[in-house]
Design a protein around this ligand. Structure first.
Ligand SMILES: Nc1ncnc2c1ncn2[C@@H]1O[C@H](COP(=O)(O)OP(=O)(O)OP(=O)(O)O)[C@@H](O)[C@H]1O
Ligand SMILES: [Mg+2]
Length: 426
């Protein structure tokens, strides 16, 4: 390689071409005559780099910032079009004028396709080539400017995105801390209910025997389960905060509904309300974390139980959908609200889980707000307004969809749609 010697310059100052503010022009021609005449034409206007073959031209392009090039299409060794293609991959913004002689239209077309900005037939007159090179230089400075602006824009966007992400993380953290407390409150309420039962049964007796002993053992087992639930909830949230979502496992929906029944029957909100939880006819599995599904259903059921202090009905049921959901009748409106995450795919089989009540229903002006974090219509100290925001987040993670239908005076129905698997009965 003889790179320094190919740098043919008209004066000493051309050697440090990169440092000059004026444009740098590369002339590539394997014939001495045209190369020298181009050198004479342009030596006062630009920093010049001269090469007599493709290899040297590419070497120059690797080591110098070049604005425009005049490139002979017909050269021995590497052809002009080949040099054009390679030089463009080294410096994509370089503007290249091809010098042609007897080339076919196809060769010229190919050069233009490869990014040449112009072509001139040999022999060319000085005015024409001056004009072509000056246009190429202008184009280059324009595209350089555009390129620089794009880079600045991209950097700004990254900065903005990072800032948003930071804000999002700070906001989510706050919400998550509050959510942990909210979710752990459920099992804690149940634990304290069981402890009360044990206390009552023990009364003043000094020793427990027979059925009493059995009852205490059973309640202790249930308490232990709820304590495990609390631990599992905090683990789930912590892994979410560390951005390491736990891999969802397959769960049997009927087992979850059994757990839900047990939890709700001892929950203080159950009161005088009628609670019906129907087992699914089909043996259905979902790909969702079990604690997440319990949290979703508990939040919806407790909302339904707390809809009014008057005794009312809360009904929880599920059915398998063997065709996609028909969303046409469920569009957002005064009595409907639909929440569908990006991950939801309306392809069967889907499981529809419904939590319905015949309470007072949700007024049209309240309905659009119910999923907002901290929105509550409950008196201070009674509700945090986080329940449905948590439902929304867990459902998004499970790639599910939620539809709410409610009219004042007609109760409320919360329908979940989740991707399901049908398990054949053993
Ligand atoms: N089944 C329902 N019937 C009537 N209103 C409901 C029902 N479910 C939810 N809402 C309305 O949605 C609001 C928000 O519910 P969300 O579960 O997010 O918070 P909350 O229940 O008020 O508080 P928390 O969940 O902390 O106890 C409720 O305050 C209530 O106005
Ligand atoms: Mg709630």
């Amino acid at each position: 390689m003889h790179s320094p010697s190919i740098l043919a310059t008209t004066s000493k100052s051309d050697v440090d071409a990169d440092e000059k503010p004026r444009g740098t022009l590369l002339i590539v021609d394997d014939e001495e005559g045209p190369r020298q005449s181009l050198r004479v034409v342009f030596r006062d206007d630009y920093n010049l780099l001269l090469a007599s073959n493709g290899h040297d031209a590419l070497e120059l392009a690797r080591n110098h910032k070049i604005h425009a090039a005049v490139l002979d299409i017909r050269m021995t060794g590497m052809s002009g079009t080949e040099v054009l293609e390679k030089i463009k991959s080294i410096q994509p913004t370089i503007e290249v004028i091809m010098l042609t002689a007897y080339e076919t239209v196809d060769t010229i077309r190919q050069a233009l396709r490869l990014g040449a900005c112009d072509y001139l037939n040999k022999p060319f007159d000085v005015a024409t080539i001056r004009k072509a090179v000056s246009t190429a230089m202008e184009r280059h400075s324009l595209s350089d400017e555009i390129h620089a602006n794009n880079e600045r824009l991209a950097a700004l966007q990254i900065e903005l995105h990072d800032q948003r992400l930071q804000e999002e993380i700070t906001r989510t953290r706050g919400e998550i801390y509050a959510s942990i407390i909210h979710d752990i409150n459920g099992p804690l309420t149940i634990i304290s209910g069981f402890i009360q039962i044990i206390n009552q049964r023990m009364g003043d007796s000094k020793r427990l025997e027979g059925d009493d002993m059995e009852m205490v053992r059973d309640r202790l087992r249930r308490i232990t389960r709820q304590v495990s639930n609390c631990i599992e909830i905090s683990h789930r949230y912590l892994s979410f905060m560390r951005q390491q979502p736990a891999a969802p496992i397959r769960i049997n929906v009927n087992l979850i509904l059994d757990d839900l029944r047990e939890l709700l029957n001892v929950h203080p909100s159950k009161g005088q309300n009628t609670l019906k939880i129907h087992a699914l006819v089909d043996n259905i599995e979902l790909q969702i974390n079990g604690t997440d599904l319990i949290q979703i259903l508990l939040n919806l059921a407790i909302n339904a139980l707390q809809a009014t202090p008057e005794p009312h009905l809360v009904d929880i049921s599920g059915r398998l959908l063997e065709s996609g959901v028909d969303f046409s009748s469920m569009q957002d409106g005064p009595s409907d609200r639909i929440l569908s995450g990006q991950g939801f795919s309306n392809t069967p089989p889907l499981l529809q889980l419904s939590v319905r009540d015949d309470g007072p229903g949700i007024p049209a002006e309240v309905l659009p707000k119910i999923f907002q974090p901290y929105f509550t219509t409950k008196p201070p100290g009674k509700g945090t307004g986080l329940g449905l925001a948590i439902v929304h987040r867990l459902l998004k993670e499970a790639r599910g969809c939620l539809h709410v239908h409610s009219k004042p005076g007609e109760g409320a129905a919360f329908n979940l749609f989740l991707p399901a698997t049908i398990k054949p009965r053993p």
